[in-house]
Design a protein around this ligand. Structure first.
Ligand SMILES: [Zn+2]
Length: 76
């Protein structure tokens, strides 16, 4: 039951699935930097508790993720 991070751009057909959150994050960062697009993402295969925490953060955030990027809000 692997975690899968699904990355999809809201402004172009770009969509990709990553097995590692870190890889997904780098891809998001790269795409937004290169195109100026807004990339959405979600994690499947995680526990409902984690998903609920993401909702609480106002975005599909992942608790414990690093806060060094503006795309990844700090856990509240
Ligand atoms: Zn795009």
């Amino acid at each position: 039951m692997a975690d899968e991070t699904v990355v999809s751009c809201t402004e172009c057909p770009y969509e990709e699935t990553f097995s590692k959150l870190r890889t997904a994050r780098e891809a998001i960062d790269a795409h937004e930097r290169e195109t100026g697009h807004t990339v959405d993402w979600s994690v499947s295969g995680v526990s409902s508790g984690v998903e609920a925490a993401g909702d609480a953060a106002g975005i599909c955030g992942v608790p414990g993720s690093s806060a060094d990027s503006p795309f990844w809000p700090t856990e509240r």
